[in-house]
Design a protein around this ligand. Structure first.
Ligand code: NAD
Length: 502
């Protein structure tokens, strides 16, 4: 497959994919920018309601098509394995397209693209292991069991920061369970998902199992989540959009899982390996230029090692090489959106005005042309009530706070609207486990950070959303339980009394 490469996509208006076929949308065009130079590099379309309707209908038809509905679970798994093999051959191409769209490091996008076949194989292996249970009800001569079945058409909405990684973690379990999908990627980064659509056909999935529409959230996205043909919404994005989605989903009584933002606490205790911890803190916030939901943006350092740790963090930050995300030695690329650059500047201004000390960065690096670069930025003397400690920046900005003891740490760390990820560096396992128990976060990393696995459940609490991706938990998200009761006594039933278990 060579059609969808960066050079082939350049300056074209990219198609959508409905019922196994690429087609040009009739909707108005949207410019997609290359963050390394701020120039338009390709265009996508803002799909109309009719096009969204056609995609959902195609996915609904696929659920009724014997070619998908009636194949065995193992055959479903085999299709997914074939897709994984095809994806593996396309890792570099996919990574290059995604870098063009969101400006993240090629090394990072390559690593994420390499994880896609791994995720598909993991869930392919589950396709024929999705079991119900037999329930020993208190009724002789009665068999009660459950079966798990697909939900129907899953509407998947993804953000721009790691498009295909976010998409595969949703569609792999959805397909393993026998659902069909309609995906709407971010208007800022759709090209990778568009290129992916063809691989589904190559792998042999029946038409309509995978459909892809493009456009803005308020138009195409809204049409998708409001469509009565959607059985479940799988949303990854910001908390304010999450609230809109949840409200609209409630109108239709459509279940939704929401993977939202974070303001994750990243803790350095006085008994930690301080060099490893400082390294972890720097990677936890500046990798992906801070544009990751799990960014360790609230760093808590124990007061007796505060100055030493701050110095180490600044020293490591000073060594960060900023530049073209395609260069192997670059560690910090541009931000994906110009609006993000402006947002970071506002955060910096507010943090200063509220009394935080700007200890490093805070501006834009020179000599990098019109690219959307910002410096890695560190604030010290941050307190937990400051804007910089409470709101998600989604950029390379670290706030460093102090704590005295475990109670003080947990009081501060849990005083947040968010509860997505957390990390702690300590040489004391008891301390680490006490933190793990008491911290309000969906993920806890101990002496490591930003270490996700498709095999391990991920998702947050509080304003970070609800529902789980990854791991066996995802299978429960994309399947439903049906209860079956068989009376094999042959006895006549009292027609007027419910046969409730006593
Ligand atoms: P966003 O909420 O602006 O957009 C996400 C998606 O929602 C896009 O596809 C957008 O078009 C769509 N959308 C917007 N309004 C909509 C509406 N009314 N109806 C339907 N769809 C709509 O988020 P973003 O700026 O693309 O991504 C950044 C956010 O995503 C951050 O908050 C980040 O923390 C979060 N995120 C979370 C995770 C996670 O796993 N928890 C992972 C990645 C990103």
């Amino acid at each position: 497959m060579t059609a969808f490469t960066v050079s082939a996509l350049q300056e074209t208006c990219l198609p959508i994919s409905i019922n196994g076929e690429y087609r040009q949308s009739a909707g108005p065009e949207i410019d997609c920018f290359d963050p390394t130079n701020g120039q338009v590099w390709c265009r996508i379309s803002d799909c109309s309601d009719a096009e969204v309707d056609a995609a959902v209908r195609a996915a609904g038809d696929a659920m009724r098509n014997p070619a998908w509905r009636d194949i065995t679970q193992s055959q479903r798994g085999a299709l997914m394995l074939r897709l994984a093999d095809i994806l593996e051959e396309n890792v570099e191409r996919i990574a290059e397209i995604e870098v063009k769209d969101n400006g993240k490091l090629l090394r990072e996008m390559r690593a994420l693209a390499q994880a896609l076949p791994v995720g598909l194989r993991y869930f392919a292996g589950m396709a024929d292991k999705i079991e119900g249970t037999t329930i020993p009800v208190n009724k002789p001569d009665m068999l009660n069991f459950t079966v798990r079945e697909p939900l129907g058409v899953i509407g998947v909405i993804i953000p721009w920061n790691s498009p295909l990684f976010m998409m595969i973690r949703a569609i792999a379990p959805a397909l393993a369970c026998g659902n069909s999908v309609v995906v709407k990627p971010s208007e800022h980064a759709s090209a990778g998902a568009i290129a992916f659509a063809e691989l589904m056909t190559q792998a042999g999935f029946p038409d309509g199992v995978f459909n892809l529409i493009t456009g803005y959230g308020h138009s195409a996205g809204n049409a998708l989540i409001s469509h009565p043909g959607i059985a479940k919404i799988d949303f990854t994005g910001g908390p304010s959009t999450g609230r809109v989605i949840a409200r609209n989903a409630a109108e239709q009584l459509t279940p939704a899982s929401l993977e939202l933002g974070g303001k994750s606490p990243h803790v350095v205790c006085d008994d930690a390996d301080l060099d490893a911890a400082a390294n972890g803190v720097v990677a936890g916030i500046f990798a992906a230029a801070g544009q990751t939901c799990v960014a360790g943006s609230r760093c808590f350092v124990q007061e007796n090692v505060y100055d030493e740790v701050v110095e180490k963090i600044i020293e490591k930050t000073r060594a960060i090489k900023i530049g073209d995300p395609r260069s192997d030695d670059v560690q910090l690329g541009p931000l994906a959106l110009w609006s993000q650059v402006e947002k970071v500047a506002e955060f910096v201004e507010t943090a200063r005005s509220q009394g935080a000390t700007l200890a490093f960065g805070g501006g834009r690096p020179e000599g990098l042309g019109d690219g959307w670069y910002v410096e890695p930025t560190i604030f010290t003397d941050v307190t937990n009530d400051m804007h910089i400690a409470r709101e998600e920046v989604f950029g390379p900005v670290l706030g460093i706070l102090k704590f005295t003891d475990e109670d003080d740490l947990l009081t501060q760390a849990n005083d947040s609207d968010f509860a997505l990820a957390s990390g702690i560096w300590t040489g004391n396992i008891n301390r680490a486990l006490r933190f793990m128990r008491r911290i309000e976060a969906g993920m806890v990393w101990i002496n490591t950070y930003r270490s996700p696995s498709i095999m391990s459940p991920s998702g947050g609490f509080k304003d970070s959303g609800y529902g789980k991706h990854n791991g066996f938990a995802a299978i429960q998200e994309y399947s439903r339980i049906k209860t079956v009761v068989i009376d094999y006594s042959g006895a006549q039933q009292d027609a007027f009394v419910m046969r409730v278990t006593k």
